[in-house]
Design a protein around this ligand. Structure first.
Ligand SMILES: [Zn+2]
Length: 99
């Protein structure tokens, strides 16, 4: 009777919990509210909210509601700021001065 391998019994009991290492948090911004308040009448009208502002602390349900327009965060346009901003490439493509 040898010593039981605590290691193996432990890792298999967990069933693949994938909460190991979180990805490097990319800066995510939520911009204009795109909720169509007139969808029910076949129109299109947004509330004009320009940027999502959490109405509560992060981790709470209120954090997903906009303090300005009270819409859910998912209505706001999501903008992910990539680490290597692709903005730099834009200006270099405007060189068309070849005769
Ligand atoms: Zn809104």
């Amino acid at each position: 009777m040898g010593p039981q391998q605590e290691r193996s019994s432990r890792s298999t009991a967990n069933g693949g919990g994938g909460a190991a290492a979180r990805k490097a948090a990319a800066a995510v911004h939520y911009r204009e509210c795109q909720r169509n308040h007139a969808a029910s009448i076949g129109g299109y009208a947004v509330d004009g909210c320009r940027e999502f502002m959490a109405s509560g602390a992060e981790g709470t349900a209120a954090a997903l509601l906009c303090a300005a327009c009270a819409c859910h965060r998912s209505f706001h346009r999501r903008e992910v700021a990539a680490e290597a901003a692709a903005d730099c490439d834009r200006s270099s493509t405007t060189t068309s001065s070849a005769a």
